[in-house]
Design a binder for this molecule. Sequence first.
Ligand code: WQD
Length: 344
Amino acid sequence: MSNKVLVTGGTGYIGSHTVVELQNNGFEVVIIDNLSNSNKDVLERIQKITGKRPIFENFDLCDAKKTNDFFKKHADIKAVIHFAAYKAVGESVLKPLKYYHNNLVSLVNLLQAMQENNVSNFVFSSSCTVYGQPDELPVTEQSPIKEANSPYGDTKQISERIIRDTTRANKSFKAIALRYFNPIGAHESALIGELPLGVPNNLIPLITQTTIGVRKQLSVFGDDYNTPDGTCIRDYIHVVDLAKAHIIAIKRLLHNGKRNYEYFNIGTGRGNSVLEVINTFEKVSEQKLNYKIANRREGDVEQVFADTKYANSELGWKAEKTLDDALLSAWNWEKYYKKNLYNK
Ligand code: WQD
C-alpha cells in the first residue's frame, strides 16, 4: 500500500528537515515548492542524508488547475503536510495583500484539490503567533486567540479557521495544526539548515552571521522588559524535534486520531531570554559575539513559551534536544554553508 506524503514547501527550512524524518521513517515523499525562498540544491543534500531523493514538482499552489492536476497525477498520495507560505512578519505589514493572497489562496486550492481527489489527511504548519501576547504563561491550546500582531499572524489564524470549518463540513476530512514556537538549529549533518535570503529577521541566523563576519554587530532589541534580565523571552525549539512532531501527526491521522480537527503547541516548554541565548551561543561555539543593547523592536511580544503537556500526553511527543544542541547545530551549519560558498 502507498504511504506517499506530499510536503508543500519541502525545500524550505522546516520542510526539508521534515522530509528527512519522513524518509527515515519509510515514507515516500513528493515535494511541491515554487523555490520562492529556497533552493533546489536541498534535494541533493536530502539525498546525501537519507540515501533517497524525494520526487520534486516546481509550481505555485496559487494555480488551482496545476494543483488539481498534480493530485490526478499522484493519485496514491495519502496525506499532505502544508508548509508552503510566506513567513516574514515585517514584510507582511508592508505588503499585506501579498501575504493574504499567497498564504490563503494556496491553502484553499490545496484543500479543494484534496477533497476532489479524496485525500483526507492534512497537517498544517501553524504558529504561536496565533496567541498574540498571551495573558497567562505558559500558553496552552485553550488560551484565547487574540488579535494577531501582523498580517502574517492573521493568515495563520484565518488558515486555522478555514481548516477547522473544512473538517466540520466534511467529517471524513482530518486535520492537525501544529503551532510552532521559535524553530532554530539545523540537521546534525550540517547539510541542511535555515537559509534566509538577504538580511535575516530572526535572532539565530543574525547571531551566526554576525559571528562569522557577514554582519558587524547584533542589536538586542530592548533590555527594559519586565523579565529577569530585561530582554524578551521565547521558546526556542530545535527544528529536528519539530520535524519529528510531523511524523507523529501523520501517523496519528493515518491511524485515525480522536477528533477530525486537532491542534497542538510544539515547543520545549522552556522560555529563554535573548541574553541567555547569546551567552549559550558564545559558550557552545567558543566564539565572542559582538552585540549591543538597542531599542525595542516594534511588534515584539514580551514573552511567550508553550505549555506542552497536551502535545506530550496526546501525541506522545516531547522536545528532546537542548538549547546548547540547537545553537551548536546552527553554528555548524553556518560554518559548513559558508565554507561551501567559498569553494564554489
Ligand atoms: C526572537 C527574539 C527579538 C533579532 C518570529 C515570528 C514567529 C515565528 C518565529 C515564523 C525577540 C530578539 C531578534 C535581533 C533581537 N514564526 N531579536 N535582535 O519575533 O519571536 O518570532 O519568528 O515563521 O511567528 O513572529 O522571532 O527570531 O525574530 O526574535 O534582540 O536582531 O530575538 O526581539 O525577542 P520572533 P525572532
